[in-house]
Design a binder for this molecule. Structure first.
Ligand code: FEO
Length: 400
């Protein structure tokens, strides 16, 4: 792929990783791959903003060479040190040994710990500091914990161009570099999955940063993140989505997530789902052993109610629930309601364990749990339906 000029004399020189299927270890499935975006500014001082994941260092340098000799790079802005963006830095520094590195104090510490590189020429910056590259002015905005302590945004004033690194990104490998070159449903689905799996627990900070940037009164014509496509046609779309997601807004939707030993809890799940649907709440049913946790977290981003069920085995829930519920505790979704159900035989325990995990995730229990001994008979199936119907009423009531 050739370098792509995104604004006059500003080039995308990143890489497309078509094959990536997991991110952050196994916790986040990236069905559609990703990109690592790096931006090259041709000016009196040639400047590179962020690099790429180390295995793609050669490809990055080849792409830079199509625009300019890498030895001419005078400034490298490191918005974030995570290895998917800084991994190629040692190779770039070999090609441009005189380059100055602009980054936060935390980023400097982290780069030295990751790569050695104590001898590199660091220029530590804070919010409000600027770098003139000639015809352009780069302003830095610290963004700690979005999503690491070292993170920052770079804003190019003359172009009204925001380079926010991970924020507003998507794990989406495509041949097009811009939002208008991909299907909008897929784009927003991947942006939501990205937010849910990476930024969800930091929503308070995201909301605060959005307000801070809004308060700067800077025009934003284009947002070029470090993953996925560049928002050039409608950057307001992703800013508005981040406002909703970070504010914990929700729709009248429910998720029923369960696992089952011999089918009794599955029968309960289906009748509960019918009750919720009959009550006018859009509901999706997920069997955990056949589902992807990171996809379910994405669904939860705009869903009010999470209903979790399991059979009891060894006085506990089925082990497939553990990684899902542990992940949920880390993500701490805002403003969600929850409820637990399950079938049991010689001992109870699953429902209590689920309720404890939901509470630890900050999810408010909406109504008393539902447990059925052995196999649900006709009356008990009706009870499951009514239990779901009552939950639907609570979702509707909360919206009213
Ligand atoms: Fe895309 Fe926090 O790295």
């Amino acid at each position: 792929m050739k370098p792509v000029e995104i604004k006059k004399d500003i080039y995308w020189v990143g890489v497309v990783d078509w094959d990536l299927r997991y991110f952050h270890g196994p916790s986040y499935t990236t069905h559609r791959g990703t990109t690592y975006n790096s931006y090259l500014i041709l000016d009196d001082q040639v400047t590179l903003v962020d690099t790429v994941y180390a295995p793609f260092a050669g490809e990055l340098l080849e792409r830079i060479k199509k625009v300019v000799d890498p030895a001419r790079i005078e400034n490298i802005v490191v918005n974030h040190i995570e290895t998917d963006h800084s991994g190629a830095l040692p190779e770039v520094m070999k090609a441009a040994p005189g380059a100055r590195i602009y980054c936060t104090a935390k980023a400097r510490e982290g780069l030295i710990k990751h790569y050695g590189g104590a001898e590199w020429d660091y220029r530590v910056v804070k919010t409000g500091q600027e770098l003139s590259t000639g015809r352009r002015t780069l302003s830095f905005i610290e963004a700690p914990m979005l999503h690491w302590p070292d993170s920052m945004f770079t804003y190019i004033r003359e172009e009204a161009l925001l380079l926010p690194n991970d924020a507003f990104g998507q794990h989406l490998a495509t041949s097009g570099r811009f939002d208008d070159q991909v299907d909008n449903f897929i784009l927003m689905e991947e942006a939501a999955k990205y937010y849910a799996n990476i930024l969800y627990p930091l929503s308070g900070l995201v909301a605060k940063k959005l307000k801070e940037v809004e308060g700067l009164n800077i025009p934003i014509e284009m947002i070029a993140p470090s993953h996925g496509v560049i928002w050039r046609t409608d950057p307001g779309q992703i800013i508005e989505a981040y406002r909703r997601w970070s504010g914990g807004e929700w729709k009248e939707k429910a998720l029923v997530v369960y696992d089952t030993m011999w089918g009794s809890t599955e029968t309960m799940a289906r009748y509960i789902t019918e009750g919720l649907s009959a009550g006018g709440v859009e509901t999706r049913l997920y069997k955990l052993s056949a589902s992807d946790h990171s996809d379910i977290y994405k669904e939860l981003l705009e869903t009010r109610l999470l209903v979790v069920g399991s059979s009891t085995i060894h006085r506990q829930f089925i082990s497939t629930l553990s990684p899902f519920l542990d992940g949920l505790i880390g993500l701490k979704p805002l403003n969600r309601l929850g409820a637990a159900f399950g079938a049991y035989g010689w001992s109870r325990g699953a429902v209590k364990g689920i309720e404890e995990r939901l509470a630890a995730a900050g999810i408010q229990l909406a109504q008393e749990s539902l447990e059925i001994l052995w196999v649900p008979d006709g009356k008990e199936r009706e009870r499951c339906f009514q239990w779901g119907l009552a939950l639907a009423g609570l979702v509707k009531e909360a919206k009213a």
